[in-house]
Design a protein around this ligand. Structure first.
Ligand code: UFG
Length: 320
């Protein structure tokens, strides 16, 4: 099978690219390099420089020999999505519709889509299963929910079949250091810790220590990016086998607090980090953890990284 990996030069996309190549899939990366990086294009993958807002480029990319699509090209900064929803509407929603329409026109049936735990909003219960109500509290999460809904319709109308993968907190880097492109202007906890550790940033601020959690800091479900990547190939194989669309959470089920991450990072790095406590960040739920039984049962997916220090080590090793 040859897979068009849209957004394949990005952080998660590059790991998906690697996993596909290792399993013998043909890979064509389609990326506008707005946040992705050329250094993430791996030997063995073809590359098309193009935007998902360019319908002609998409149709051209899908016109010959593409058996499936992995779509990871999206804007993902929650705060930014609340300030400039129009950018998120166009890039995420219109872009995804362009992809679905190009697939329909070119007869490409399978799509694996990067969705997010952000579709759930404030958890009504923990751990979150896939049946939890879809109540996003930010526009970014809404774009993911809207795309899922459109995929559901296109599938219902017989045009495509899809796998919606709802990622929890993606962290880490490939342990063999084959992926070296770092995100520009990172917004997430671990890259920020790395910037604080390497002096690129003066200090880390922990957003809130008065949450109703054991140590007062927020708890998240951190899942290693190589485990996430493996779920994409499993999902593609499943779609190719039975053509049944599905939606699954991808998390470990294990919660780790921000303070625990900082403590683990200090152990891995071998020295103290400069950090302080700052007020809560708007829109942060106290706890977000996944019930990922469905991915286990449906795909046989099992996260191999469960130790947070080991996960952080994959980032620190690369940093050095
Ligand atoms: N945090 C800090 N200081 C920082 C950055 C983050 O204390 O400088 C805290 C946050 O408040 C949060 C935790 O670290 O409690 C994780 O924050 P991230 O920004 O790394 O990740 P989020 O949990 O906010 O969101 C991530 C993705 C979303 C996705 C979500 C799903 O960015 O796209 O995981 O769980 F929807």
């Amino acid at each position: 099978m040859r897979i068009l990996v849209i957004g394949g030069a990005g952080y998660i996309g590059s790991h998906v690219q690697k996993q596909l190549l290792e399993e013998g899939f043909g890979v064509t990366v389609f990326d506008d390099l707005s946040s992705g990086d050329r250094v993430n294009l791996l030997p063995g993958a073809d590359f098309i420089l193009g935007s998902i807002l360019d319908k002609k480029a998409l149709a051209h990319a899908m016109s010959g020999g593409i058996d499936g699509v992995v779509h990871l090209a999206a804007k993902k900064a929650v705060g930014e999505s609340m300030e400039w929803p129009e950018i998120y509407a166009e890039n995420n929603i219109c872009g995804a519709l362009n992809i679905l329409n190009a697939m329909t026109a070119c007869g490409v049936r399978h799509i694996v889509f990067s969705s997010s735990a952000a579709v759930y909003g404030m958890p009504r219960y923990i751990p979150l299963d896939e049946a939890h109500p879809i109540e996003p509290i930010n526009y970014y999460g809404y774009t993911k929910a809207a795309i899922e809904e459109n995929m559901r319709w296109y599938a219902r109308l017989g045009k495509i079949d899809y796998a919606a993968l709802r990622y929890f907190n993606a962290v880490g880097y490939a342990a063999d250091k084959s992926i070296t492109g770092k995100e520009r202007n990172p917004q997430n906890l671990l890259p920020i810790i790395m910037e604080a550790a390497t002096g690129k940033r003066e200090k880390l601020s922990i957003f809130g220590n008065d949450y109703d959690t054991p140590d007062g800091t927020c708890v998240r479900d951190y899942v290693h990016v190589s485990d996430l990547a493996r779920a994409h190939t499993l999902a593609l194989k499943k779609l190719a086998t039975d053509g049944e669309s599905f939606t699954v959470n991808l998390g470990t089920g294990k919660g780790t607090s921000v303070k625990e991450i900082v403590d683990a990072a200090e152990k891995v790095i071998g020295r103290k980090l400069n950090y302080d406590y700052a007020p809560r960040r708007a829109g942060d739920p106290a706890i977000l953890t996944a019930k990922a039984d469905k991915a286990r049962q449906l795909l046989g997916w099992e996260p191999q990284y469960t130790d947070i220090e080991e996960i952080i080590r994959t980032v620190w090793n690369l940093e050095q």
